[in-house]
Design a protein around this ligand. Structure first.
Ligand code: HEM
Length: 204
């Protein structure tokens, strides 16, 4: 079902009356500069987004700015983090929109989305649970274990998102190549344009 929707998104939305008229997705994918600009902005906004998140996480771990209250760092930095996040999500969705089927069957993209979800859940738990009693530890040089745990999950999950994001461009596990069975299954290669070739089939 998701794949059918992505096929429609990639081939029908914005398509002109002519047989060879491109859809908006195909038009975006065929632009050199616009796509490059999106990719570049996606990478650059990473500095703003991940850089500011790590700053707050280091304070929560008691690794830096120990004499500055957590609220001061968090309140000053948060607007930049949110702006960076909105830039990342907007450019990310447009990058995805340009080649939805390629990314849908991409192992690294799937892993990235899983860790994006982990990072998002961690943000919610922190904002609505962990920092509820922040006044009690706002000036503590070493915040309580729950705050440090939240910061650790944050740093590890964003490192995973960034690493898997970087791996997306590499075709190590591309559908249509001889792959371990688990990789074909994890990427649903069997229903992809390139199909699935199991390594075990090759060695028989
Ligand atoms: C907010 C958190 C996000 C972070 C930290 C992040 C990080 C990254 C990084 C580091 C790359 C590699 C860029 C490069 O060096 O080539 C990347 C690529 C990519 N990201 Fe994101 N991303 C985020 C959100 C998203 C979202 C929400 C989407 C779409 C649903 C997305 C779609 C993509 C795509 C399609 C690529 C691959 C571009 C290519 O073909 O190389 N990203 N991301």
């Amino acid at each position: 079902m998701i794949r059918d929707f992505l096929v429609w998104l990639a081939t029908q939305v914005g398509k002109g009356p002519g047989e060879y008229d491109p859809s908006w997705s195909e038009a975006l994918a065929s632009t050199l500069n616009v796509w490059g600009l999106l990719e570049g902005t996606h990478v650059l906004s990473l500095m703003l987004f991940a850089g500011t998140i790590f700053l707050v996480d280091f304070r929560l771990l008691g690794w830096g700015f120990r004499r500055t209250p957590v609220s001061v760092i968090s309140d000053r930095v948060l607007p930049l983090t949110v702006f960076g996040f909105l830039l990342m999500v907007t450019t990310g969705l447009l990058l995805f929109y340009a080649k939805p089927l390629l990314y849908y069957h991409n192992l690294w993209f799937r892993l990235k989305l899983i860790f994006l979800a982990v990072a998002a859940i961690n943000i919610f738990v922190f904002h609505f649970r962990v920092q509820k009693d922040r006044d009690a530890w706002d000036t503590a040089e070493k915040p309580p274990a729950k705050a440090r745990l939240s910061a650790t999950v944050s740093i590890l999950s964003w490192i995973a998102v960034i690493t898997f994001g970087r791996f997306i461009a590499y075709d190590w596990f591309e559908c249509g190549k001889p792959l371990p069975h688990w990789a074909n299954v994890a990427q649903e290669c069997a229903i992809s344009e390139r199909g699935a070739i199991d390594l075990t089939e090759m060695t028989k």
